[in-house]
Design a protein around this ligand. Structure first.
Ligand code: SIN
Length: 501
């Protein structure tokens, strides 16, 4: 693999990375966008369903909704940046540049309603908004800009010296080389692969957060891991299949509850009004905990869509149900699944991290917008807005060559089962002890398991270089950051919910 030089190295090709790459390119920088993905489906953006929130007539209510959903913990200034730039950025980038056509009705945009939003403000395309944004965005960047888009290429670690980042070590087909950059933008997405069941694609191993943390960047709010309340439940208690596979589930968008879907327990009772005045449209963390409790007590929770014209309103979800053998007319069995990391690499309003020339955007970043719990349909928006701001800011630096880390590969390759066995152990402990509800004892047990696992991985990585080993290292670093942050925070808020042992 050839050594490279570029002004701006963007790592990750979801909406945040694409937005950063486009903005840096438009600002005149030479941009290289690398992703370990081989297909659009490998990015979380592709899977986003509900949509992208915009600011309509009442910016102050949008800001208020963000703060309320976060249990009062979101940073008001960051929320202000998002609200102020939402509509313009969506119009300029998605509508005017990419020609994306959001759903309309007779009077204009068909704004959707989702939980904890005070008004309908969500632009969508059916309930598969992500793929309708992601594919045109990828195509546009590949065909209409000078960005070098390099797929199936992993970033193993950052090249850093004395508080400044100079690029990253890249790997492709078992070969590696440094890519030196004037500025490096992390846009690596979330951490769904670190939990037994998630709505994320399988490659969401937290690489950006891990690389930044190992280079010494500040990382914050890692305990706030959001679970989506309504993912298809292939494995209700009592019908245990032992499934630990995210492919066994699919997201059932919050938009379904926004349109009138009702949650019922195993006794057929609607339970959400007993938990929160906004019932099914309560903040996501509240609904996720209620679903978990009712599912444990009554065996199954279903999403009753009988009051909706489900097939007409959600054709893609109806298709998905059919492919999983689910008959929506009898209720869709659902359970919470890991969905989004609210914390990450701490950044300012332009995506700048605590390390010089290192930026982070999208789910791997912690802008402060989400605090302890993210408001629905703000993740694509945050990626788009911060990606653009970071891309513009990152565009002014020339690359410089420094000494790159020496990666060794002198010992025999590990058997393929090595990483998968360790991932299984790691996911199990994250699901059991660092999930929707946590206890001090469980968090301490989890840290013990994860520390041992990280020790094993570190020992192997000293003499071997393989993508799966580096993903495992990312996973062990990030899970420890999550478990440690959770153990150090004795205050339940949003997604971090402590119960007595
Ligand atoms: C959904 O469609 O329910 C997901 C939207 C989001 O996570 O913001």
């Amino acid at each position: 693999m050839e050594q490279q030089e570029t002004d701006v190295l963007v790592i990750g090709a979801g909406i945040a990375g694409l937005s950063a790459a486009l903005a840096a390119d438009q600002s005149g920088a030479d941009v290289t966008l690398v992703t370990k993905a081989e297909r659009p489906e490998d990015a979380s953006t592709w899977w986003a369903q509900g949509g992208i929130a915009v600011t309509r007539d009442h910016p102050e209510t949008f800001r208020e909704d963000i703060l309320t959903a976060s249990d009062g913990t979101a940073d008001p200034d960051a929320a202000e940046v998002l609200v102020e730039h939402a509509t313009d950025t969506v119009e300029e980038v998605l509508v005017d540049t990419l020609d994306i056509e959001f759903d309309t009705n007779g009077t204009g945009y068909d704004y959707g309603q989702e939980a904890a939003h005070d008004e309908a403000r969500i632009l969508h395309i059916n309930a598969e908004t992500g793929k309708h944004i992601h594919v045109p965005f990828l195509n546009y960047v590949a065909a209409e800009t000078d960005v070098r888009l390099v797929q199936d290429t992993a970033s193993l670690e950052l090249i850093s010296h004395e508080g400044r980042v100079y690029g990253a070590m890249l790997e492709r087909d078992g070969d590696w080389a440094p890519a030196f950059a004037g500025a490096t933008v992390l846009a690596t997405g979330g951490i769904g692969a670190l939990y037994p069941r998630s709505t994320n694609p399988g490659g969401a191993t937290g690489d950006g957060v891990a690389m930044a943390a190992l280079a010494g960047a500040d990382v914050e709010d890692m305990e706030y891991v959001q679970f989506h309340p309504t993912a298809y439940d292939p494995d209700p208690p009592g019908v245990e299949t032992g499934s630990q596979d995210s492919d066994d589930t699919f997201l059932v968008s919050e938009a379904v509850r926004g349109e009138g879907g009702i949650l019922r327990n195993g006794d057929g009772e609607r339970f959400m009004p007993g938990y929160h005045e906004d019932a099914e449209l309560a903040p996501r963390d509240v609904v996720a905990r209620a679903v978990r409790e009712e599912r444990a007590d009554t065996g199954v929770v279903t999403l009753d869509v009988s009051s909706l014209a489900f097939t007409e309103e959600f054709p893609d979800l109806a298709e998905k149900c059919a492919s999983y053998g689910v008959d929506p007319s009898t209720g869709i069995p659902i359970a919470p699944a890991q969905h989004f990391l609210c914390g990450g690499v701490a950044v300012d309003d332009r995506g700048r991290s605590s390390l010089d020339r290192l930026y982070a955007v999208g789910e791997c970043s912690r802008t402060g917008v989400h605090g302890a719990n993210r408001l629905a349909s703000t993740s694509l928006l945050e990626g788009l807005v911060w990606g653009r701001r970071a891309g513009r800011d990152a565009a002014g630096y020339d690359p410089e060559q420094v000494e790159a880390p020496e990666l060794l590969d002198r010992d025999p390759a590990l058997p393929p089962a090595f990483a998968s066995e360790k991932f299984h152990r790691l996911r199990r402990v994250m699901g059991e002890e660092v999930g929707i509800e946590r206890t001090p004892g469980g968090l301490s047990r989890a840290q013990g398991v994860l520390r041992r696992l990280k020790g094993e991985v570190d020992a192997y990585i000293r003499t071997r270089t393989a993508r799966s080993l580096y993903e495992l290292r990312s996973a062990s670093v990030v899970t420890l950051l999550v478990a440690r942050a959770a153990a150090e925070n004795s205050q339940s808020a949003g997604c971090h919910y402590l119960v007595e042992a």
